[in-house]
Write a new protein. Sequence first.
Length: 372
Amino acid sequence: MSTRAAQALARPFTLGSAELPNRIVMAPMTRAFSPHGVPGDDVAAYYGRRAAAGTGLIITEGTYVDHPSAGDIGKAPRFHGEDSLEGWRRVVGAVHAEGGTIMPQLWHVGIQRVAGKPPYPEAPSVGPSGVALDGTEGAGEALTSADIDRIVEAFAEAAAQAERIGFDGVELHGAHGYLIDQFLWERTNRRTDAYGGDAASRTRFAADIVRAVRERVSPDFPVLFRFSQWKADNYDAKLATTPDELQEVLGPIASAGVTAFHASGRRYWEPEFPDHDSTLNIGGWARKVTGKPVVTVGSVGLDAVFGPETFQGSGAGVQSIEGLLERFERDEFDLVAVGRALLADPEWARKVLTGRESELVPFTKDSVRTLH
Ligand SMILES: Cc1cc2nc3c(=O)[nH]c(=O)nc-3n(C[C@H](O)[C@H](O)[C@H](O)COP(=O)(O)O)c2cc1C
């Protein structure tokens, strides 16, 4: 007899040209186990293990596009250069061999880059206006329009390479206060050219990237766009305070050619706009205002929320997913991403789908310190 979880989550889903075996997605999680930016066999085995245990779609850790200021973690994987791309090709092979699907998360950290850090220590920190997430001016350089064109091209080239080496789609990291999100957010985008001003103008950089990516990949190649209200170190930040404002932000990005949105919330059961007489979370609202498929995420299967303590290995116990299943049964979203619970337990999907929740492993220090 199939479990309630299996009825909700074991159904396949079509995302453009990708046929996902079920609704369970591994959330993108930076691990920094790729020396010189090259993912090795251990990284391939790590993702392959999760595919083998029934994770339908893997979104990889954020991986840097080809721009010197894109990142600041030496061992985070890059998405350019022969060695890195060859490493990624092997990761794709390991996941496909187990019947899974996989998309890289393409990343540029923007003004969050800490000066002097690898992989290119001399590269400046750059953002739409040189303004830091806390509003400090002059924290880095404001991008010129030539820089913007170069970064748009870097995302497009990465997407083209992703399709070439066999990935099933790409995810653009437009969340958490990184570069694309810095353009979307009023506090960090003070530009007076076509990339700044009102909410619609602030979406231009994101929409340009989506359009440039679309031009370089096959028509059905899935392009996911991850966004969030919250920013690193600022969990109360908001891009949109009403459904109409959310529509203003996501509408132009959707029209540019996004296949699906990945709505990054921290607790999936939180109503996003409680004044609007609805219990929909940010994912449910994203689906409602754009009509696109949506991935939800946030504390699935765990009793403590994601935050900076997570990286010090602050633990979280196993929690029931009944509330999530109810939302699936109400058809609020299409897919669910699981972060820390899947780090702790590579077998999370199989256990949940076969009614073995009592065997799930809690999230502990070791979950983040090792690549298992
Ligand atoms: C170790 C770790 C690294 C993360 N790195 C990324 C990342 O590279 N890109 C991203 O969009 N989110 C990243 N996140 C956020 C997760 O994708 C996810 O949204 C968050 O952990 C909430 O889901 P959870 O409650 O199921 O863990 C990271 C989270 C963790 C725990």
